[in-house]
Write a protein that binds this ligand. Sequence first.
Ligand code: HEC
Length: 107
Amino acid sequence: MFTLLLALATTPAHAGDSAATYTAVCASCHGPAGAGDGPVAAALTPKPASFADAAFWADKKDEDIAKAIKEGGAAVGKSPLMAPFGSSMTDEQIKEMVAYLKTLKKE
Ligand code: HEC
């Protein structure tokens, strides 16, 4: 499990392609469509955030989402199992990822 997390956390992001990065790096936990139901999610408590859930976005600011991705869940008071991706993604890539995550929201 730890090795898997480490491998996920150190996978380099592909510039300008948030969807591909999401599928490669985030989907194992957050689910292919962002519903928080990836294969690794079953082993996690608390569960990964569901980006499909409109309620998730209700009180979220872009800066908070970006901070969670860059500095990890613990930096925003969430689970430390949400790894920091600041070393494998640039600020620009993180910004693009925030925009991509919003496209996963279901009304
Ligand atoms: C090892 C599993 C795992 C992977 C891989 C992962 N996450 Fe997470 N993520 C989590 C967990 C667990 C939480 C925290 C849920 C909680 O504490 O409510 C979380 C929370 C989040 C949050 C929400 C923070 C908040 O304010 O509620 C965002 C945004 C996020 N992840 C984005 C990403 C992105 C983008 C990627 C890929 C670059 C990614 N995650 C990869 C497990 C993961």
